[in-house]
Design a protein around this ligand. Structure first.
Ligand code: MLT
Length: 265
């Protein structure tokens, strides 16, 4: 599957960015602009989202999304990268780590977790997927999800031009309904990686907004403690969409972490 992607930067180690659900690679605009000064930054749209075509199947698994990343690296003739995935991008990251370990230098898990859905959460996702298809639109999701994803401060300035909220709403409402529904079903059946955390050998950064309701600081700390080589960075005044809400702090945490890793490139 050929993915739409943005590539920026001409020197340094490679940083691959995996977006969240139901977003696209433009959620990383501030990271691409800044981190490409020191790294080669590649930000794809996962299949069926943003400008990448859907596969046409009812379910798109996290495994398939991870394999698409490996194929993209093949096409770009890149052997190894550091990977940073936000939320669903983190679920894909776990599969990438499991299926393509030789490609991964370090892993930044951003506002995410290593668990599978509870049965109730999985059921809700399947209902959401059906509704997206029935309405042939993702627009309703932007309203439903917003309080879980952004701080009150971000939401208070929602309508200003080019606000984080406006960019968020654009990504969600303009996303491809069949692609998003298919990926939602894939998330509902994703694996639980909790039992594998102690086997992670590569350097890891667990990064999250201090106000993230979906990946709260206590859970992020517990996750970090379970991984041998992991560090934790909590970002003040940010929720689930920390890279969009507090780009400077997030970029600083990512840069500091990546600079601490001896690159094999
Ligand atoms: C995301 O931001 O990717 C979603 O919150 C992931 C999820 O729904 O589990």
């Amino acid at each position: 599957m050929k993915l739409n992607y943005e590539k920026s930067g001409s020197q340094g180690p490679v940083l691959l960015l995996g977006h969240g659900f139901p977003f696209d690679h433009t959620m990383w605009n501030a990271q691409i602009a800044d981190l490409s000064k020191d790294f080669i930054v590649i930000a794809p749209d996962f299949r069926g989202m943003g400008k990448s075509s859907p596969s046409g199947s009812a379910i798109t698994s996290m495994e398939e999304l991870a394999d698409d990343l490996a194929e993209l690296l093949d096409d770009l003739q890149i052997k190894k990268c550091s990977y940073c995935g936000l939320s669903m991008g983190g679920y894909v990251g776990w599969e990438f780590w499991l299926r393509h370990p030789q490609r991964l230098e370090s892993f930044i898990l951003c506002d995410s977790n290593a668990k599978c859905d509870t049965p109730d959460a999985a059921q809700n996702r399947l209902k959401t997927a059906d509704r997206i298809e029935a309405e042939n639109s993702c627009a309703f999701m932007a309203e439903i999800m917003k309080k879980n994803l952004m701080t009150n401060q971000t939401l208070a300035s929602a309508e200003s031009t080019d606000s984080v909220f406006s960019r968020y709403r654009k990504m969600v409402t303009e996303n491809n309904p069949s692609g998003v529904a298919s990926v939602a079903r894939g998330m509902a059946q994703r694996k639980n990686f909790t039992n594998l955390l102690r086997t992670v050998q590569i350097p890891m950064l667990v990064l999250a907004g201090e106000l993230d309701l979906l990946s709260p600081p206590e859970a992020m700390k517990e996750l970090t403690d379970a991984i041998p080589n992991a560090q934790l960075a909590l970002i003040p005044n940010a929720a689930h969409l920390a890279p969009m809400e507090q780009p400077e702090s997030v970029n600083q945490a990512i840069r500091q972490f990546l600079n601490s890793i001896p690159s094999e490139q």
